[in-house]
Design a protein around this ligand. Sequence first.
Ligand code: SAH
Length: 244
Amino acid sequence: MTGWVAVAGLGPGDDALITPQAQSALAEATDVVGYGPYVARVAPRPGLVLHPSDNRVELERAAHALDMAAAGRRVVVVSSGDPGVFAMAAALFEALETRADADALDIRILPGITAMLAAAARAGAPLGHDFAAINLSDNLKPFAEVERRLRHAARGGFAMAFYNPRSKARPHQFARVLEILREDCTPDRLVIFARAVSTPDEALRTVTLAEATPEMADMRTVVIVGSEATRRVGRWVYTPRSVP
Ligand code: SAH
């Protein structure tokens, strides 16, 4: 039997947002590997082995998936959203760098609907022009680098999408992020807090930068900051297609 490894995105939460391609890979899989809550979204069935693991063991998890594929298993590594956006696809390639069989392995990256796109669709079209996606977590980069990228994105006129905006382990950093934004953006800039999009807990809230507070974000929230041109029409928020 020829093994393979597919790195699949399960989308933001609603099963209707899992692509048919990811569903077929899961239907053919012998093993599913990933962070516990994502593996829990895969229905158990006879012949399928689930390997949930902790959040912080990405490289070990990727190496385990590659080992199993090399041994002939059909492995799906699951991420939420899209596997290439702050997720497992890059970790898999990092693990691949240490192997001699890089091109002999059958590897597939199956895209998914990432949180910022699901959130943007609920709000209207706030990412309708140029935008930058920034991971605010300092687990994998120093916070000084987060600050630097944030300033450049704000000064560059981009709309922005923030992933991992705020956690219990680092409650103060998002307050600092708002401070930095206030240095470069006017107080009427629109900010969308989109929590648990496409799940039963979904909550969307649009405020101005002046009204935004750190408590409006948590780890289940993606924050979209509009550009200077982003505006409201009725209950919608959108960024026009052209810049004057
Ligand atoms: N690969 C994922 C992102 C993983 S990082 C993707 O493409 O979406 C985890 C962060 O994604 C969370 O802290 C949050 O900022 C965001 N996120 C994931 N699912 C979300 C959802 N359903 N609603 C809002 N934000 C979400």
